[in-house]
Design a protein around this ligand. Structure first.
Ligand code: ZN
Length: 242
């Protein structure tokens, strides 16, 4: 089974449309969404519409819940908070209803997927270090857990014996006795120093995971953010992938 995972679209229509085409070329048996369809970008409703059509299952991100008032924006930085307020005003009733249906956890075959952490997804903490990953491995029993949230691709490995490891690779063959916590990066606002849109493919037959990166029309996405009156930094960061 070929499972495609996408996360952190953040209302970036140009990136999502390009990723959708790339997924069509790769082929997929199931497409899972790992949270944050809205926030930061200028096309929240359009992205929600595509997502509903594209994905089989989806979970909520902190921005998705914040945009409909299910989550506080207290800990958001000023640009993110302003963008969430703007998003809230743009959302149609249908978009709000969709965001309201998103759960915190999803499961498919031997995979769990959550936006932030498997232990307390509603707290929206980050998993950046092997120490944090080590704690998260205790909280799920599946072989693989996919996450998003940091917008930084990463593969944490828990061997049958020994310490948790971090691999920054874009390709990995999964071993039967290991367990994995995989951050699939971001479609619409990558923060690993590469501006390319990213998503993951897990082939359960081949036991293979790959991170795919695709070029998209960054200029148009940036111009829309400026035209919407959002913080220009949200446009600038797209070209540097930060
Ligand atoms: Zn995000």
């Amino acid at each position: 089974m070929k499972i495609v995972l996408i996360s952190d679209v953040h209302a970036n229509l140009e990136a999502l449309v390009t990723v959708k085409k790339s997924i069509r070329n790769e082929g997929a048996d199931s497409i899972l969404f790992v949270g944050d369809i809205v926030g930061y970008g200028a096309n929240p409703n359009e992205c929600i519409e595509i997502l509903q059509d594209l994905t089989d299952k989806a979970v909520a991100g902190n921005h998705d819940w914040a945009a409909i008032g299910k989550n506080s924006t207290e800990y958001f930085n000023p640009a993110a908070k302003e963008a969430i307020e703007w998003t809230h005003d743009q959302l149609t009733e249908a978009s709000k209803a969709f965001l309201n249906t998103l759960p915190l956890r999803g499961e498919l075959q031997q995979c769990l997927y959550v936006h932030a952490t498997p232990e307390n997804p509603q707290d929206w903490d980050y998993i950046s270090t092997t120490w944090e990953a080590h704690a998260s491995f205790q909280a799920f029993s599946q072989q693989v857990c996919f996450i998003g949230h940091s917008h930084q691709p990463a593969i944490f490995i828990k061997p049958a014996e020994g310490d948790t490891l971090l691999e920054q690779s874009t390709h990995i063959m999964l071993k039967q006795h290991n367990r994995y916590l995989i951050n699939i990066g971001s479609v619409g606002q990558p923060r690993d120093g590469t501006p390319l849109a990213g998503y993951g493919i897990y082939d359960t037959k081949k036991n293979e995971y790959r991170l795919i990166r695709v070029q998209y029309d960054i200029n148009t996405a940036q111009q829309k953010i400026i035209d919407a009156g959002l913080d220009p930094f949200l446009a600038q960061r797209l070209s540097i992938g930060m």
